[in-house]
Write a new protein. Structure first.
Length: 179
């Protein structure tokens, strides 16, 4: 089942918890290392997959962010942003669903290249830019629509050249099999 059909923005419009300090024991132990790792998720997935990794673009276009996403970016909830949804696939299994919200004001100057990523990893671009800054990691647990399973997710606001974008990542059950 394609991720676009099984995961939509609705589950991500939930209550998020910030972890600026020591992580809460509320986080499932098996997911803590993934959720709270401040490094490049893309690089970690490439390493875990022994190079059998790819990014598959599911959707990219202008849309209204969820209320939660708009608040995280301090956007007017009626304002449209570039929404990018991808599957991160390792060893031919869906490991992560990622949704990025990029305000129009971010897509100027050198950041215009964010419009043309296609199947390229956003994480690779972010973590190779020395000016990138990551805000606090927020986490949540959500129900996967149509799959009858729960998943853990995280999100962070990144500043790229001082311009914000929000990246949310939903960790799918197949990922636990590679640890």
């Amino acid at each position: 089942m394609p991720v676009r059909q099984s995961l939509t923005a609705s589950p991500l419009n939930t209550r998020w918890r910030s972890y600026r300090r020591v992580p809460s024991t509320r986080l499932p132990r098996r997911w803590r290392g993934w959720l709270l790792d401040p490094g490049s998720l893309t690089q970690r997935l490439v390493d875990k997959s022994a190079g059998c990794f790819r990014v598959e673009l599911q959707f990219q276009g202008w849309a209204k962010p969820t209320l939660s996403e708009a608040r995280a970016l301090k956007l007017d909830p009626r304002q449209q942003a570039l929404v990018r949804e991808v599957r991160l696939i390792g060893c031919e299994q869906d490991w992560v669903y990622a949704r990025s919200i990029i305000p129009a004001s971010t897509l100027t100057g050198p950041q215009r290249k964010l419009r043309q990523l296609g199947n390229q990893s956003l994480g690779s671009l972010l973590f190779n830019d020395p000016r990138m800054r990551r805000g606090p990691i927020e986490t949540t647990e959500l129900q996967l629509p149509g799959l009858g399973q729960r998943a853990c997710a995280r999100r962070s606001v990144f500043l790229l050249g001082g311009k914000p974008l929000l990246v949310s990542e939903v960790f799918l059950p197949h990922l636990l099999r590679v640890q």
